[in-house]
Write a protein that binds this ligand. Sequence first.
Ligand code: BF8
Ligand code: SF4
Length: 660
Amino acid sequence: MVDEKKVHALDSCAECSADPAVCDMLGHAAELEVTTAWDRYKAQQPQCRFGLQGVCCRICIQGPCRIIPNKPGADAGICGAKDYTIVARNVVRYVAGGASCHSDHARHVAHTLLEVAEGKAPDYKIADPDKLRQVAQRIGIDVAGKEENELAKEVALAALNEFGKQTDEPCKWLETTVTDGRNQKFLHCNVAPTSIDRAVVEMLHQTAMGMDADPVNIIFGGIKTALADYVGMHIGTDLSDILFGTPEPVKSEANLGTIKEDYVNIAIHGHEPTLSSMVVQAAREMDDAAKKAGAKGVNVVGICCTGNEMLMREGVYLATNSAAQELAVVTGLLDAMVVDIQCIMPSLRQLTECYHTRLITTSKIVKIPGATHVPFREATAMADARNMIEMAIAAYGQRDAAMVKPSQYKAKAIAGFSTEALINLFKAVNPKNPISVLTDAILSGELRGVTVMAGCNNQKGVHDEGHLAVAKELAANDILILATGCSAISSAKHGLANWDAVEQYAGEGLLKFLTRLAEANELEGELPLVFHIGSCVDNTRAADLCTLMAKELDVDVPKVPFGASAPEAMHEKAVSIGTGCVAMGMPTHVGVMPHIEGSQLVYGIATQIARDVYGGHFIFETDPVKGAQKLLEKLDDRAWKLRVHKSAAEKYGTDVASSW
Ligand code: BF8
Ligand code: SF4
C-alpha cells in the first residue's frame, strides 16, 4: 500500500490533478523517487511577489528594479519607470513571445508548402486542393486555369510575404478573415499589423529601456502584436489543412492508457504536423519490423498540440496534455519520444536518463543536452521518420520491468471538428444557410452562447480541474463548447468529448440542440459535449466561426454571445491568444492570475477599458466555476441585447444597433 502523503509532491492526490491517470502515475514516480513538475513546483515556493505582480523589471542590466507602488523611493525603477510602465512592458513582451512561437511554426509550414510546390519535398503532397483554392481566392489570388503546384507556390509566397513585407497595408490573413467592423476598428486604433516580424520587432523596440512609458500606448502595441499572432496562427491552420487535410470527425482514445504494453510506443510531442505526420505514416508501414522485435506493432501516441494535430487528421491516440508530459515516460512503456517545438519540458532528458526511452529532438532551435538530435529536413522527411521509429524499436527490447506501470485510464473521444466540419453538421439541418442553425438557436434562447476553451495546464492550480469545472458549468448552462490545445486534451481524457457526457452534463437547451444535429446527420450517440477543434493555432477556427455568426447576425463580434476561456493558462502563447480574443471583441476568462496586479491601471485597461474600445475584455477569476459564471453573465447580456436590438430593428425597419 502506497502512503499517499509520502509519495505525492503535494499533500494529497486531489491537490495534484483531477486526472486519476496522473495521480496514479505520480504515485509510481514517487515510489521510484523520480521527480516531476509537481515536485519542482513545490520546491519553487514561495514564488517572488515582485515577479508575480509584474513589477520586476529586467529590461536593462541596471536592474532588476523592483517596484513597491506607493512607497516613496521604491515606486520607480532606476530610470524612473513606474509600475504601470513596467507591468505593461512585461505583459506585452509575453505577447511578442507568443506571436513568435505561433508565427515561426506557421513560417515552417509555409516553407514546406513552398518546397512541395517546387517539387523539393517528395514525401509530402497537397492533401486538400479545395482548401488551397478557397484560401487563394480569399486572399485575392486569381485561381483561374492554374495548376495545383502553381497555386500552392503563390499561396506559400503570399503567406511568407505576411512575415516580412515592409509596406503599410494590413496583413491579408487578418483583413480577409474578420468582419468589416473589426477591420475598421483595427485601422482606427492603428493596431492592424502590416507584417508579423515587424510587429514583433516593433514590440521589443517599443518596450526597450528608455522607450514608451505610456501604458495605454504600450498595450495597444501589444494588441497589434496579438493580431500578428492571429495572422500567424491562421496561416498555420490554413496551410496545414492544405498540406495534411482539413479535419473531419474522427474517433479515437485519450489518456495514458493508450500507451500499450505489448507495442513499440512512440510519442510525438510539440506542435508541428510536418514531422509528426511522417512519423504516423512511417509507423503504419513499420509494423513488421516491430513484430520482428517481439512487439505487436508500432503504437503512436500524441502529447500536446502535435498530438492534437494528429488526432484531428489521423485519429492518433492522445496520451496526455502539457503538465503530465513527463508521466508518459514514467509509465516505463515509452520507447521513444520525438519532440519538435514548444512546451517541451527540459526535464524530459533527466527523466529519460532513468529509463530506456529515447528522447529525440528534431528542430535546430530545440536541443536538449543529452538527448539524441536528429535534424528534421522536409527533403528527407520519410527517411528521418523511419530512422526515429527504428530507434524506438531498438529501445523496445531494453525496457526495465521494474520501472513499468501501464495505466488503466483512457476514454473514448470524438474529435476533428474544423470550422468546415461544423458547418457540414449544420448543413444537414439547414443546407441553404447552415450557420443560421447556430445563430437561430441563440436567438430562440435554446443556446445561451458559444465558448472556445483554450490554453494550457498550470501548476498553480489542480491539473485539469479548471478545464473540467468550466466545461461542465458552461454545458449545464446551454453553452456550445469548442476546445483547443491542452483544454481539448483535458476534455478528451475525461470523457467530455463523447455523447455520454452530453447525456450527463448538457443543459436542456444544449441537449436539444445536439440531439437535433446528431439526428440530422445520422450521428446519434456520436457527437461530443466538447467539440475538439484542434491545436492552439486552431483557435482561429473558433474565430472563423465567430466571424460567420457575426456576419449572419449582421452585427460586429462584440454583440455576438461568443466567449473564450483559458482556465489553466501558462504559456506566453496563451497571453497572446487571450489578448487577440479581447481585440476580436470576446469576453475572455483566464483562470490563472497573470503578472499584472502590480498596476491597477494596467489591470483596469485589461478588464474594463478594453471593453469600451474593442468590445472584448479579460475576466480574471481563479475559481473555475465562478469564472464560468462570470463569462455566462457576459454572454447572457449579449444574447439579451441582441434579441432586443434585432426585434427593434425588425419593427422599425432599421439596421441592428451597432453599439455594445
Ligand atoms: O500550444 S495549450 S501548454 S501544448 S501553449 Fe502548450 Fe499551452 Fe498546451 Fe499547445 Ni497551447
Ligand atoms: Fe530598471 Fe529602468 Fe532598467 Fe527596467 S529599464 S531595469 S526599470 S533601469
